[in-house]
Write a protein that binds this ligand. Sequence first.
Ligand SMILES: Cc1cc2nc3c(=O)[nH]c(=O)nc-3n(C[C@H](O)[C@H](O)[C@H](O)COP(=O)(O)OP(=O)(O)OC[C@H]3O[C@@H](n4cnc5c(N)ncnc54)[C@H](O)[C@@H]3O)c2cc1C
Length: 451
Amino acid sequence: MIDKLRKIFREDQIYSTHKDIDCFAFDASLYTGSPVAVVRPESTDQIRDLLGLARRFDFSLTLRGSGTSKTGSATANDSVVVDMSYFNKVKVVNTKDKWIEVEPFVSVDKLNSILKNKGFYFPFESDNKVATLGGLVSTGYVSKYCFRYGKLEDYVLGMEYIDGTGKIFYVNENNSYKDILGSEGSLAIITKLRLKIVASVKKRSYGRYYFQSIKELLKKLDDIKKGEFSSRILSIYFVSKSVYVSNQRYSLFVEFDTTGISLDDEISKGNNFVLKTKSIVKKALGFVIDNTQKYPWNVLEVEKVDEELLKVESLLVSRKYIVVHDPKFSSEKYFDFIRLCEINAIPLTADLGNGIFYPRFNTNSSNLEHEMYSFVFENDGLVSGGHGIGLMKKEYLTEEEKDSFSEKKYKFDYDNLLNNDKVIDITRFELFKQKKGQTKKDALLKTNNLF
Ligand SMILES: Cc1cc2nc3c(=O)[nH]c(=O)nc-3n(C[C@H](O)[C@H](O)[C@H](O)COP(=O)(O)OP(=O)(O)OC[C@H]3O[C@@H](n4cnc5c(N)ncnc54)[C@H](O)[C@@H]3O)c2cc1C
C-alpha cells in the first residue's frame, strides 16, 4: 500500500507508523477507527490520482478536517485518511460583494480573525476553535447564531470538489454542490469554498435569566422572541437545572446585538437600575436578574458569559457525561422534552434559538439513548440538528432517508470509496445498488497511467 501511495505523494506527505497515525483513529466522539495510513495531499491532481488508486486497489478514504466530529464521521475504518491540512489558504476576500474564497482547512476562528480588521464576519463560530470550514460544510453545522443569520447552506455560494468518481467540479460550474452540503465526506472531497460574509457585530451583551419552572422559562422565551428587542437577538442558550449541582434553577442566556446602545448614555441619563447593576456586578462578578430593567440584557461583558458556558461544558465532562446528542424539535415539544430529560436525570443544554437540544449521557446509558430517540420519532423531531449522522446515528435513520442518501451516493460515489461506512452501512448501499439492478459501472476516472 505505502509503495503505491509513493507513486503519488512525496515521502513527507505519507504517514504510516503507529506513532504518526494513531491520533487519526479518533475524533471527538467515542468511536475508534483503524487508519491504514495518512496522506496529506497538496493539489487536486494528487486527490484525483489517489481516488484512482483507491478504485484500482479497492481501499477506501476518510476525509479529515480537525477531527472534532461528535458522531465518529472523521474516524477511519481500515481506510487511508486524507488529511486536508495543506488546503489552508484564504484565497479571496471580496468585501465589496461580501464573499470570500477559501480552502477547506481554514478554521472559522482563523477566518474571523482575518475578517475582523475589515469589519466583516462569518457568523458560524462556537466554542470549537479549530473546526474547519470543510468540516462545517460537510456536517451541516449549526451555530447558535443561526437564529439571527439563518442556515449555513445559505452562506455557501459555490464549491470546488472532486466526487468519488474522480470528476472535478469548479466553483462557478453549476449548482450540483448543493448535494454535497452535509454529506459528511461520503460523496466528494471539497477543495475550495465560496462563502458569503456579513458585517461584524460591534457590540454584544447578554441577558441572563433564572427560572424555577419550565413554564416560566418558556413564557419568558416567548416574550423575548416577540418583544421589542427581538430583532437584536443573536442567540438563545438554555441550561437545565440538572446540569448544576448546587443551583436548582433553569438558566437562559440571551445574547443581543447592542451596537449603538451605550451603557454610559444610560448612566448619564441617571438610570438607577444600570448604576446599581454595575456596582453589584463589579463587587460580586456574578449576575444580576431584574426583569424590570429597560433593556433585557445585562452589563456583563460577553466574555464572562462565554466563560461561564464553557465551565458548564467542563463540569459535564468531569462528571463523565461525554456522549452528546443533538435532536431538534418544534417549540411546542420543548416542555415535554425538558421534562423527559429531567425525569431521567439527563443533563441538558439547548440552543433554543434553533430548537436544538444537547442531552448528555455517560458511556453506559445506551438504553436511555434509545428511549430518547423513541421520543424524537413520536414527536416528529429530527435525529440531528447539526452534528450529522456519522456512525452514531446511522441506526436511527428511516428507510426513506437511507434510500435518499444512497441515491446521492449512487450518483457521486458509486464505488463507495469515500467514508464508506458513515451515514449508511456498506451492505445497505450494496443492497440499494442491487435493487437498482445495475452492474458495476466502468471507472470514470483517468488515472494518468500511473498504475
Ligand atoms: C467543543 C466542540 C463544540 C462543537 N460545537 C458545535 C456546534 O456548535 N455546532 C455543530 O453543528 N457542531 C459542533 N461540534 C461538532 C464539530 O465541531 C462539527 O461537526 C465540525 O463541523 C467538525 O469540523 P472538523 O474540521 O473538526 O471536521 P472533522 O471532524 O475532521 O470532519 C467532519 C466530517 O467532515 C468531513 N470532511 C472534513 N473535511 C472535508 C473536506 N475537505 N471534504 C469533504 N469532507 C470533509 C469528514 O470526513 C467528516 O465526515 C462541536 C464539537 C466540539 C468538539
